[in-house]
Design a protein. Sequence first.
Length: 361
Amino acid sequence: MPHEVHAVVAAKQGAPVELQTILVPDPGPGEVLVAVQACGVCHTDLHYRDGAINDAFPFLLGHEAAGVIEEVGPGVTGLVPGDYVVLAWRAPCGNCRSCRRGRPWYCFDSRNAAQPMTMLDGTELTAALGIGAFAEKTLVAAGQAVKVDPNARPEAAGLIGCGVMAGYGAAVHTGGVGSGDTVAVIGCGGVGNAAIAGASIAGARRVIAVDIDDRKLDGATRFGATDTVNSRGTDPVEAVRALTGGHGADVVIDAVGRPETYRQAFSMRDLAGTLVQVGVPDPDMRIDLPLIDLFSRGGALKSSWYGDCLPSRDFPVLIDRYLSGRLDLDGFVTETIALDEVESAFDKMRDGRVLRSVVVL
C-alpha cells in the first residue's frame, strides 16, 4: 500500500513551495523506503524551485538527507530495515563506460528509484536529484542509501550527501590537495567551507578564504582557513599572490561559479597550478580567456562533479572524521527547522544568513 506522507513540493516555477500530502510507493526491485530524519536546505533545491534545472514540475524537493531504512524491495542486498543511511544523488551503475573503466565516481547512468512518487491525484512528482527528501518518507534506489555510523546525529550526517561532499571532494579528490600545498577558496558558503576543511585535513600549509562578507570570512577560520581576503575592497588576485610569496596558490577552488570569480581563480594560481570549479553557474553565463594565457600558465582547469566522490567509499570516511573531531559537520548547521519552514529558509539562504538550514522530522 502506498504511504501517505507530508512533503515539500514546488508546484510551478518561481512560486513559493507548498507542504502537501503525497503518496510514496512500497519499494520495488532494487529500491528502499527511507524514513527521513533530517534534510539540509541546499541551493540546488532553490534552483529546482526557480526552474533553473529543468521544467519538470511539480518537484519533490530535498536531497541532502539522513534517515533509517524502513523497507527494502526484492533483490536488495547489504541493507535491512533499521540501517542508518545517508542518501547520495549518485549511485554508480557498475556497467556504463565510465564504471567499466574504473571511474565509478563519473558514472554516466546513475541509479534512481524506478517508481515515481505522486500527488494524491496521481500526478507524478520529479524528485530533486532523484531523492526528494523534504518528506517524512522517500523512495530511492538501494545504491543511493549508504550505511554510516549511527552515532552521527542526522542533522550533521545528512549534509555529506551533497554540499559537504562536493566541497570536500573538490579539494581532496578533484584538486588533489596534498601536504604542503597552498590553497585559495573563493566563496565561503557551505561548499566553500567544506573545501577549506578538506584542504586543511589533506595537509595544506596555507588555506586562504576569499569572500565579500566579513561574517563568512570569520566563519571560514573555524573550518581551517589560515588567512582571509575580503574581495569587496581588495584585489583578491594580488592578495593571494602576496600571501604565497608572489607566486599564487597551488590549488584554487571556485565555489561561486560566476565568470568574474572564475577569472580571479584562473589568475591567482601559481604557474602549472590547478583551478577547480565546483560552484554551479547559471546556464547563460560565458567565459572569455586569451588562448595564450591558457597555454602559458599551464596547469589544469577542472570541474568537480559531486566532489568526484564514490559515496559508498567516502561517506563512511567523512562520518568517521566527524565522530573523531577532525571534520566539524556541526559547524555547518546554522539552524534546524520544520518542513513548513523551507520557503523562509530559501530567503535566509539568498541573504547569506545561513550556511545550512536543516529540516528535522
